[in-house]
Design a protein around this ligand. Structure first.
Ligand code: DAH
Length: 336
């Protein structure tokens, strides 16, 4: 019997526990209810009385050894696991910063513009970026040989002899035509969108940019209302102290025509500043009304086309339009 106990003690001592599975296997083999230690105690009845004390001591020694082997291994494994955790696994550390994206500065400017016109009572409409010659030029009273139809400015998608040319719209004004064909006056809408021009890329121009077109048609719309609306916009967009001027201009689709400039302060240079044109506008030309079947004797209207990039440049004191299209995160991050 004592030999069996000794053999069991040896087994316990020889056991190596290097992971959780082996720890559990050890527990099942020696310490569980059906384990070898329990089996050993159940053989006590075989032991003659005079030996019971000695055998009992030996048995308790094996039992304690098995239990302490288990306890020590359990602690050691827990310590090893803690030590193997990487710093990043330390759940008590603060979470790493979670960087959220933000709207592109052009989108932010466009949203501000839309909000202002919404407050001034304008609804929003849009139209296609691929236009036909009729909507982009003819209906807007461009004479057949007007230089804007020239390939220098216009990206042609299709040049056709027998039907309309297709172009990437060079301005948002064709949406006015679509709106007037669809809807009876009164009309009071803005039409934001992308436009394309075949121009050399420079700090001042890009082949793609954005405009916000507007059209207001009703009985008795006046130049005074146009001026008032433009001035209200400038003050809401740039603050009530904004320095602006309205100049006469020329567009085939408006008569008379006006352009609006905003004073650009140049804090980082020696120059005083300069005027920056932000929009063209005017009273809708009677020929435009005729091309869409609206009676110019009954209705008058005003319209404008604003440059979103120009307004964003002024808003943020940026002097190069190309930064809006470079997608440089270091630039974009500044507009959170
Ligand atoms: N379409 C013109 C441009 O792109 C801007 C413009 C001028 C739009 C006068 C208008 C307007 O609606 O009335 O240069």
């Amino acid at each position: 019997m004592l030999d069996d106990i000794q053999a069991l003690k040896q087994k316990v001592q020889d056991y190596t526990i290097s992971n959780e599975e082996e720890l559990e296997a050890f527990r099942l083999e020696f310490l569980s209810r059906n384990g070898k230690v329990q089996a050993m105690f159940s053989r006590m009845s075989e032991v003659p009385n005079e030996k019971k004390a000695e055998v009992g001591r030996a048995m308790n020694e094996v039992k304690n050894l098995a239990q302490s082997t288990f306890d020590d291994a359990e602690k050691r494994l827990a310590r090893e696991e803690a030590a193997s955790l990487k710093a990043s696994d330390d759940i008590t550390l603060p979470a790493p910063p979670h960087s959220l994206g933000s709207y592109h500065p052009l989108t932010q400017t466009l949203e501000e513009m839309k909000n202002i016109f919404y407050r001034l009572g304008f609804s929003i409409a849009d139209g296609p970026e691929i236009e036909d010659d009729f909507h982009n030029f003819t209906a807007l009273n461009f004479p057949p040989n007007h230089p804007a139809r020239d390939e220098q400015d216009t990206f042609f998608i299709e040049k056709n002899d027998d039907k309309e040319d297709l172009v990437l719209r060079t301005h948002t004004s064709p949406v006015q035509i679509r709106l007037m064909k669809e809807q009876e006056p009164p009309i009071r809408s803005i039409m934001p969108g992308r436009v394309y021009r075949n121009e050399a890329v420079s700090p001042k121009s890009y082949f793609l940019f954005h405009q916000v077109e507007a059209l207001y048609v009703d009985t008795d719309v006046s130049v005074a209302e146009l001026k008032e609306t433009l001035i209200s916009f400038a003050k809401l967009m740039f603050g009530k102290d904004v320095k602006y001027r309205l100049r006469p201009g020329y567009f085939p689709f408006t008569e008379p025509s006006l352009e609006m400039d905003i004073w650009w302060e140049t804090p980082n240079s020696n120059e005083d500043g300069k005027w920056l044109e932000i929009l063209g506008s005017g009273m809708v030309d009677p020929n435009v009304f005729k091309s869409v079947g609206i009676d110019p004797e009954k209705y008058t209207g005003f319209a404008w086309g604003m440059g979103v990039e120009r307004i964003a440049l002024l808003r943020h004191q940026i002097d190069d339009i190309r930064v809006f299209y470079d997608n440089d995160v270091r630039f974009l991050e500044q507009f959170h």
